[in-house]
Write a protein that binds this ligand. Structure first.
Ligand code: SF4
Length: 365
């Protein structure tokens, strides 16, 4: 889909003038440092600006340069990412920082091919770094931009389809100005975040309302078209608060996969025909090779991931023998409860810790 030149000029001009007056002063907009822009773009994937602001400041204070991040231990990087979710992003960013130091002499590359070769850097992130940090003529297409373009240009095909994505990328490319690319791309995303919201778009405040087809036809709520997602499965999962004396056991998940590299209370998914206690004993035997006695259920917490939900049942347990073997886990520690704060754990496990703290369990505050 191409856009005629007068319409394109009108769009660029109105968008840019709105952005210059109304954009939010965000910390990553005050820098041209490609490393910092890269960190912000990775954090902003699937996460709201408000949440990212707090994490970004802490992360950049601790790892102010790509070399600092490359040198850090994986556990420390995970601790600074703890609570932000989608932990694969942190693992990839860390590995990519090491690649930048090893392969590019510590300089974030300014070519699309080099950027895209880094772990976790896809077409969107590469385009954002190149346009925002280096001012290069590269386009961006995130959820906000998809919504804005679908509405303005009346894209009625399913935006989850590869063919529609192709149309949207080329639409975004054809709207790119010759100058002010940095601001143009940020303005498109900002318009989607502030004005062309998924629900209740503020069309009366929109700088491009006069050229917007969805506005003209009053079909804003029908666009973008998205095919329904498959129903989300719900799993029952057990976790053991396993005590040996005054210490409890935590294990680290393998680096790849869901929540990779995070520490957790060991346990696993309930299988058909099992009860929760039996599940926990089996999981601990299979994953760690030790025997435990399962006591009372301390709490059951609900947690939602992108593609499934869990109910996590936490049990008070005692270690009963056996030498730990790392069959399913990557590492383990016997720690005092007060030491838990030094480890990065998933949100569901934090819900358990909150309960333990509220009961003044062990030596917790
Ligand atoms: S007029 Fe409304 S629907 Fe169209 S781009 Fe602006 S906010 Fe979105």
């Amino acid at each position: 889909m191409r856009v005629n030149i007068p319409l394109k000029r009108q769009f660029q001009k109105k968008l840019l003038s709105w952005y210059n007056q109304r954009s939010r002063p965000l910390p990553w907009r005050e820098t041209r440092d490609p490393y910092k822009i890269w960190v912000s773009e990775v954090m902003l994937q699937q996460t709201q600006v408000k949440t990212v602001e707090a994490y970004y400041g802490r992360f950049i204070s601790r790892f102010p340069s790509v070399e600092d991040l490359a040198r850090a231990a994986p556990d420390e990087v995970m601790k600074y990412w703890e609570g932000l979710g989608y932990y694969g992003r942190a693992r990839h960013l860390h590995r990519a920082a090491r690649d930048v130091v090893d392969l590019f002499d510590g300089r974030v590359p300014d070519s699309f091919e080099d950027l895209i070769s880094l772990p976790g850097v896809g077409r969107y992130t590469a385009g954002a770094i190149l346009s925002i940090a280096f001012g290069k003529p590269e386009t961006v297409l995130d959820g906000n931009v998809i919504r804005v373009l679908s509405r303005i240009f009346h894209v009625t095909d399913d935006v989850r389809k590869a063919s529609t994505q192709k149309v949207l990328w080329s639409l975004s490319e054809s709207l790119l100005p010759k100058r002010c690319i940095r601001d143009h791309n940020q303005a498109l995303m900002e318009l989607g975040a502030l004005i062309c919201r998924a629900r209740n778009p503020a069309c009366s405040d929109c700088p491009v309302s006069r050229i917007c087809e969805a506005n003209r036809l009053s079909i804003q709520s029908e666009l973008p078209v998205k095919s329904p997602r498959k129903p989300v499965p719900h799993y029952q999962v057990t976790a053991g608060i396993i005590w040996r004396g005054d210490r409890l056991l935590i294990t680290r998940r393998p680096p790849k996969g869901l929540l990779g590299g995070l520490w957790e209370f060991p346990g696993g998914k309930l299988e058909q025909g099992e009860d929760l206690e039996g599940c926990l004993k089996r999981e601990i035997r299979e994953e760690l090779g030790i025997n435990i006695e399962v006591g009372a259920c301390l709490t059951s917490v609900e947690h939602a991931y992108t593609h499934f939900r869990i109910t996590l049942h936490a049990f008070d347990c005692r270690y009963r023998g056996g030498r730990i073997r790392l069959i399913g886990a990557d590492d383990y520690r016997w720690i005092l409860p007060r030491e838990l704060d030094g480890f990065a754990l998933p949100a569901a496990d934090h819900k358990i810790i909150d309960l333990l703290k509220s009961r003044k369990y062990g030596d917790m505050e």
